[in-house]
Design a protein around this ligand. Structure first.
Ligand SMILES: Cc1cc2nc3c(=O)[nH]c(=O)nc-3n(C[C@H](O)[C@H](O)[C@H](O)COP(=O)(O)O)c2cc1C
Ligand code: SF4
Length: 603
């Protein structure tokens, strides 16, 4: 039986304060868990019990939600919780060696909490700072970029001296925007309220027509027509309509939304208010990924200013009855929550399991209300369209891919950062501009995107040729594309939410095969099995995560087959079992190693 917390304990006081502030609403569970953990360092069972009682839900429900999110801890995890970014570009910049160095200095094993409870060191999939890696996250709050040996040594000293992270050198937490090429979205900002006033002057119908005429397609990856999404949501019956900004940005290699939220928050919020005007929504949410916790105060400040300026709240821009406000909801380390229906589940305080569709969120979304979910960049584009008109936007880019697109460039190049171009720009042009040399491949759109080889650098960015959610990871000829594909396979296996068997088991089997190839024990048969797994995952999984989990593998096998074959012991089938490897320990222990007892290796 779980004992409840003592009523006078700090944990109990915090639980009661949270319950009161969130009006005992189960939909606030994820936010309450996050705040509780920030206060206590972890989530003790007794506090979870008290939370469950206060919300009128079962303890099993609270534990189920807690267990879903990687940033929640039901055991003590150290006063300093350090998570190194595990993305391939961080690896390329030496993150694994730096992590090993820090673990050795602190006397802690990766993934473990030190016996004295002071520190734990582990990995997180991608912190969203690939342009200035290697990066890490401390206590799910502060981000440290541009790590090197000197910084790691000093960090170890500060941890041992128990210096609070807030007192560490402030320059360490200076993340940069690194805007290398600006066009309409990253260029000079519009004065707050200007575009909103233009939208109101057009009326909701007129504004929707401009978005439709602009042929704006969502920037979150799938490229769904924004005008159509807003029209469907607008006409869906419901007592209220909801606008959601998807700021989960979990795709490794993507960091454009981080910069838009930090330096162009007015444009994001204004785009959301324009969407609300079109759809008649009164409530909006920003779903901010947990890794971007450090942006929260800045965003809250912009929201407060906009309320004071009459750009949020009641009678926006002086228009009677135009009432709309925005809340920020923080994620807690689950990539799948970027999928819009999983995101809505998470917003409702639940596990982020993707929903069965139809019904689609535009009809049945947050709390059953018609809900339009859009990417951060899509809202910025909507603000520009409100100001300059749909025809103007449609005149930029190509017919099928209008306007500009922001690319998050990282990897082997001299100038990583953000590059905004009109759609239709050649891949080779981006490579020239970012100072990439001797490039063998670019991973466009992150692990779930496309791997483009050198012979294809004439291809153009756009939905009709190379679609993208924003990531542009550059690999020069010194890189082993097999290792890149293996890192991506590990990413998907790590992030699978486990809801459906083909994805949960399939992604793990892909990693096992890749590990076998990496250990030099593979044969062509393994490539055939990987091909079968690709087909299975693509056709049978419940959401886009599982469906795209084999994309990088398929591309790299097709385009870099010799690299894969280098990892095969034999092109012909042979058993996966390596007798010599398996017997090596026994031979060492017994001191017996008869030459005749070894398997013959194929020539
Ligand atoms: C596994 C998974 C992760 C996703 N992550 C994001 C994300 O971080 N940001 C985003 O805008 N869309 C993400 N999406 C796409 C969203 O489901 C949705 O299509 C998008 O937010 C719609 O916005 P848009 O129409 O403006 O593109 C993800 C999809 C999947 C399947
Ligand atoms: S495909 Fe993977 S991530 Fe998507 S629901 Fe199934 S298990 Fe979860």
């Amino acid at each position: 039986m779980l004992l409840s917390t003592h009523p006078s304990s700090p944990a109990s006081a915090k639980v009661r304060e949270l319950l009161a502030r969130h009006h005992h609403a189960p939909s606030a569970l994820v936010q309450m868990l996050r705040e509780l953990q920030a206060a206590l360092g972890w989530l003790p069972p007794a506090a979870l019990q008290e939370l469950a009682s206060g919300l009128g839900v079962t303890l099993a429900h609270v534990q189920g939600v807690t267990g879903f999110y990687r940033f929640f801890h039901t055991r003590p995890v150290g006063d300093y919780r350090i998570l190194f970014s595990d993305n391939i570009t961080d690896h390329m910049l030496g993150s694994r060696e730096l992590m090993a160095d820090l673990c050795q200095r602190l006397g802690v094993a990766p993934g473990q909490t030190r016996a004295d409870g002071r520190v734990s060191v582990a990995t997180a999939s991608c912190t969203g700072h690939c342009d200035q890696g290697p990066a890490l996250l401390i206590n799910h709050h502060q981000v440290l970029t541009q790590l090197d040996s000197a910084r790691v040594a000093e960090m170890a000293r500060l941890v041992e001296a128990q210096v609070p992270v807030t007192d560490w050198p402030s320059a360490w937490f200076d993340t940069q925007d690194q805007v290398r090429r600006a066009d309409v979205l990253l260029g000079p900002a519009l004065a707050p309220g200007l575009a909103l006033a233009a939208a109101v002057a057009r009326g909701p119908e007129g504004m929707l027509q401009e978005i439709t005429q602009a042929n704006l397609r969502g920037r979150g990856g799938a490229g769904f027509a924004t005008g159509l999404k807003w029209a469907l949501c607008r006409k869906a019956p419901g007592t209220e309509h909801i606008v959601v900004c998807n700021a989960d940005e979990g795709e490794p290699g993507t960091f454009k939304d981080r910069v838009l939220l930090r330096s162009h928050a007015d444009a994001v919020f204004e785009g959301m208010a324009i969407a609300a005007w079109v759809m008649g929504a009164r409530r909006g949410f920003v779903y901010l990924r947990g890794e971007y916790r450090y942006l929260l105060e800045g965003l809250q400040a912009v929201l407060a200013r906009r309320r004071a300026q009459g750009l949020l709240g009641n009678n926006i821009v002086g228009h009677p009855g135009f009432d709309f406000d925005i809340e920020i909801h923080l994620g807690a380390g689950a990539y799948v929550c970027g999928e819009e229906s999983a995101l809505i589940e998470s917003l409702e305080g639940k596990r982020g399991t993707p929903r069965i569709r139809p019904p689609f969120p535009v009809e049945h979304g947050y709390m059953g209300h018609p809900t339009a979910v859009n990417n951060v960049e899509t809202f910025c584009a909507a603000q520009q369209i409100a100001q300059h008109g749909g025809a103007w936007w449609a005149g930029i880019g190509t017919t099928a891919s209008t306007g500009t697109k922001i690319h998050s460039v990282s990897g082997d190049c001299e100038r990583p950062g953000l590059y905004e171009y009109p759609f239709g720009t050649r891949i080779g042009r981006i490579l020239e501009d970012c100072g990439a040399r001797n490039t063998q491949a670019v991973q466009v759109g992150g692990p779930s995107g496309l791997c483009v080889s050198a012979s294809e650098f004439g291809r153009r960015m756009g939905f009709e040729d190379v679609p993208t959610a924003g990531a542009f990871m550059v690999f020069d000829r010194s890189r082993d594309m097999f290792s890149v594909a293996r890192n991506f396979a590990q990413f998907f296996a790590h992030e699978s939410c486990g809801f459906c068997t083909p994805c949960r088991v399939g992604t793990a089997l892909v990693v096992k095969r890749m590990d076998k190839l990496a250990a030099g024990r593979g044969s062509r048969h393994d490539l055939d099995v990987l091909n079968e797994l690709d087909k299975l995952l693509h056709t049978t999984t419940h959401c886009g995560l599982g469906a795209s989990a084999c994309n990088p593998l398929r591309d790299t096998v097709a385009k870099f087959r010799p690299t894969f074959e280098q990892h095969l012991q034999s092109l012909h089938f042979e058993p996966a079992f390596d007798l010599d490897a398996e017997l090596s320990i026994a031979r060492a222990v017994t001191g017996r190693d008869d030459a005749a007892a070894h398997m013959e290796k194929p020539a």
